[in-house]
Write a new protein. Structure first.
Length: 241
């Protein structure tokens, strides 16, 4: 019982860390929540004797890429994706990074950059350069126009196997080198809008309370198991030889 409860405590601690991160990013634009996938571990000894002693463990974490709600900002450089895919930006080491946070601005050199200063990429692989003096119009397919001129088309990347994506930090993803991105077919670029986090604060708070209650129950089970072991040792010591 003590071993089972201790295993449950460890799993619940991992869940608390994950949930705390989700709650902390509930207001982060385009953030995608992390979830846990559980499995049951049974030792070979327990399996051999047909025991029901099984320990819950977090087999892996996975990222929930479901769509977040869109809200209007009125800023023409704020962009959101309605559907699958990610904006493509050039990371600090030149590698491509992917994000759902479409909060962009124009840098001093005219490049369209993210909040972290990463240049937005076009389908040709070049950085998108704009004139600060002209208005910006973004079409649903990501084509960017200034006046009568098509400046470029934003690179929107999608992955058939989303497990090839890993969180890089600061709301960016990096893809496995073997994974080849492709343009999504039904995704629309929404100008003047941003995507909210899909980690709802209310849901996170409820789950945190639930996990804390489970944690406390398992703590009591550990203490009970220790007490039972202590009493058993004391009773054996009292038995006359």
């Amino acid at each position: 019982m003590t071993a089972l409860a201790a295993s449950g405590l460890r799993a619940r601690m991992e869940s608390l860390d994950l949930l705390a991160n989700n709650v902390a990013n509930a207001s982060t634009g385009g953030y995608k929540a992390d979830r846990e996938f559980y499995s049951i571990y049974t030792s070979s000894e327990a399996a051999d004797v047909g025991s029901d002693d099984a320990m819950p463990v977090i087999e892996r974490q996975w990222t929930d890429l479901s769509q977040g709600a869109l809200h209007s900002t009125g800023n023409p450089l704020d962009l959101a994706l309605s559907g699958r895919g990610f904006f493509t930006v050039q990371g600090p080491d030149g590698a491509e990074l992917y994000t759902r946070n479409g909060s962009f601005r124009i840098a001093a050199d005219g490049k369209l950059i993210s909040d972290d200063g990463y240049a937005a990429q076009t389908v040709s692989g070049a950085a998108l350069t704009l004139s600060p003096a002209q208005s910006v119009e973004v079409m649903a397919d990501g084509t960017v126009r200034q006046g009568a001129t098509n400046v470029g088309q934003l690179a929107i990347a999608d992955f058939a196997d989303t497990t090839a994506l890993a969180k890089q930090g600061s709301n960016y993803f990096v893809a496995d080198p073997a994974a080849k991105p492709a343009a999504p077919t039904a995704t629309l670029v929404e100008q003047g809008q941003l995507e909210d986090s899909n980690a709802g604060p209310a849901e996170g708070a409820v789950r945190l309370v639930d996990v804390m209650r489970q944690f406390e129950m398992m703590q009591k089970a550990v203490l009970l198991g220790d007490d039972m072991s202590k009493q058993a040792i004391e009773q054996v010591a009292k038995v006359n030889p």
